[in-house]
Design a protein. Structure first.
Length: 159
């Protein structure tokens, strides 16, 4: 993952509510799988990227809630288990075992969760994070984002 992608994901995570956080997890997992596919020749890096994708996938699996819609939750979990199986097979065999099919499932699920996230009007999960200002400084072809360090003296966990 590039430094720009890490910064983008960090920004999205600090400003995400619960619905948006799931979409961020999908995006992160898809990036890791795409990176793994581009590194198939280097088996060690391939496996490392897939293990990172598997960690993110485990977080997605932990978000499934059976209380509100148990039938839907079971269907989503079945799809998650399919994706997890393909990740594990690819890690063990150290080669691409239907990762494209797993990515298609993830992309289809992401579309549904993105639509749900647009309806979610809850507050961001992280209440005491950096305030980001965009456009205060800019250069040719790019926009800088910065935050005010002095205004965030009380940032962090509150006891």
């Amino acid at each position: 993952m590039t430094k720009e992608q890490i910064n983008e994901f960090s920004y999205r995570i600090t400003n995400a509510n619960s619905g948006q956080m799931i979409v961020v997890l999908y995006d992160m997992e898809l990036v890791y799988i795409e990176e793994a596919l581009s590194l198939q020749e280097d088996k060690e890096k391939f496996v490392t990227k897939l293990r990172q994708a598997q960690k993110v996938h485990q977080e997605l699996m932990n978000t499934v809630s059976y209380e509100e819609a148990p039938v839907v939750a079971l269907d989503v979990m079945a799809l998650y288990l399919f994706v997890n199986k393909k990740l594990v097979e690819s890690i063990v065999k150290r080669k691409n075992i239907e990762l494209e099919a797993a990515m298609k499932v993830l992309k289809d699920l992401r579309v549904g969760f993105e639509a749900h996230a647009k309806l979610d009007q809850s507050q961001p999960l992280m209440q005491n994070s950096h305030q980001v200002y965009a456009g205060l400084t800019y250069g040719k072809g790019y926009l800088n984002e910065s935050y005010d360090v002095m205004a965030q003296q009380s940032r962090g966990f509150k006891a």
